[in-house]
Design a protein around this ligand. Structure first.
Ligand code: NAP
Length: 332
């Protein structure tokens, strides 16, 4: 079987470019026992992959130059030597950026037969949904009536954070990068307020105005200047979940920025970083809750789907310029 793959051609310095990726044609080997041949349907692009492009030890191994990029993929079993995964089974796996691939069946998860769209299993009922759930509920612990601020609010994780906070009964303020996204947040997604950080003349003032009672919970997806501005408005005993720092992922040298520790000290703030994988034992329970909310229409979602395998580098780079609303992915 012929397949097309995308490899990391070179490690990006600063903002990634399409030159950091290369396409290659390969012939896949014969299937062995307990293996399946997979046809990729949806391939996820995620900000954390930028960290794997650095030659740096982290919580997950770096990608190797000239080797395929890997990530979450929804795929169809085309041929099978596994009794548990017959031809026609839809699966989710950590798989290469490839049109077709071979995988050990035991590494795959079946997509359950529900009325939830397949693509949602890499979004709202997948890793981003779980991330939103654990960061908000386990770290921020929002209470009804409290004010929750989320940055990266119109992205895969942010949209879910804001809506769960609304379900809990909070006042929700989203920070995002365009007027269209801000309108979507306060319209379809029911946020109380949304701030366009690219056009607000003074971000700190805009946050203060949108949060007249101060901020009780901050779900941080971006870091950098936005977080510097939010931290100045935290209430006593506020909770901050440090989920992502996308504003800094392309920095070659981190600047010190505003020093935040006085805000944490003076307001007895709890600030905690986390990885979704910290909460593995709670995945089934959280997924059931997310699915219930989706099926009950309490959680809405949107996706940015680029068509065509070759557009994976463009989709990935687009995460860093805000090209997506909701989950970004490629339909192969
Ligand atoms: P996403 O929000 O769907 O996509 C990234 C968004 O970030 C873009 O659409 C853009 O939106 C915004 N952005 C890009 N560069 C920015 C900058 N310099 N300053 C401010 N905003 C910027 O991505 P996601 O998958 O939901 O991930 C969100 C964050 O959570 C990322 O930082 C990611 O690394 C992190 N994350 C962490 C975990 C974990 O286990 N801790 C798991 C999943 C994700 P705008 O148009 O609003 O600028």
């Amino acid at each position: 079987m012929d397949a097309k793959q995308i490899v990391l051609a070179s490690r990006p310095e600063g903002m990634p470019t399409t030159d950091n990726f290369a396409y290659q044609d390969v012939i896949l080997p014969e299937l062995q026992n307990n293996q399946v041949l997979l046809k990729s349907i949806y391939i996820s692009v995620d900000p954390y992959m930028r960290g794997r492009m650095k030659d740096k030890k982290s919580y997950i191994a770096p990608f190797q130059v000239d080797q395929p990029i890997t990530g979450s993929v929804i795929a169809l079993v085309e041929e099978s030597k596994s009794p548990d995964f017959p031809k026609g089974t839809k699966v989710l796996g950590m798989l290469p950026w490839a049109t077709y691939s071979i995988a050990e069946a035991k590494t795959l998860h079946k997509i359950p037969p529900t009325n939830i769209p397949d693509s949602y299993y890499i979004g709202i009922v997948g890793m981003p949904g779980l991330t939103a759930y654990f960061g908000l509920i386990f770290i921020c612990e929002p209470q009804p009536g409290e004010t929750v601020v989320v940055s990266g609010a119109a992205g895969a994780v942010g949209l879910i954070v804001g809506q769960i906070a609304k379900i809990i009964g909070c006042r929700v303020v989203g920070i995002t990068g365009s007027d269209e996204k801000a309108q979507l947040l306060t319209g379809k997604f029911g946020f109380n307020e949304a701030i366009n950080y690219k056009t607000a003349p003074n971000l700190s003032e805009a946050i203060s105005k949108a949060c007249p009672q101060g901020i009780d919970c901050y779900f941080d997806n971006v870091g950098g200047d936005i977080t510097d501005a939010v931290m100045q408005h935290l209430n006593m005993n506020a909770r901050v979940a440090v989920c992502g720092q996308i504003a800094l992922y392309n920095e070659m040298n981190l600047s010190t920025g505003l020093r935040l520790l006085p805000y944490i000290l003076e307001k007895s703030v709890l600030m905690r970083g986390f990885l979704v994988s910290d909460y593995k034992e709670y995945f089934p329970k959280a997924l059931n809750q997310l699915m219930d909310w989706v099926q009950a229409g309490k959680l809405k979602y949107t996706e940015t789907i680029l068509d065509g395998f070759d557009r994976l580098p463009e989709a990935f780079i687009g995460l860093f310029t805000g090209q997506n609303t909701g989950k970004m992915m490629v339909r192969v």
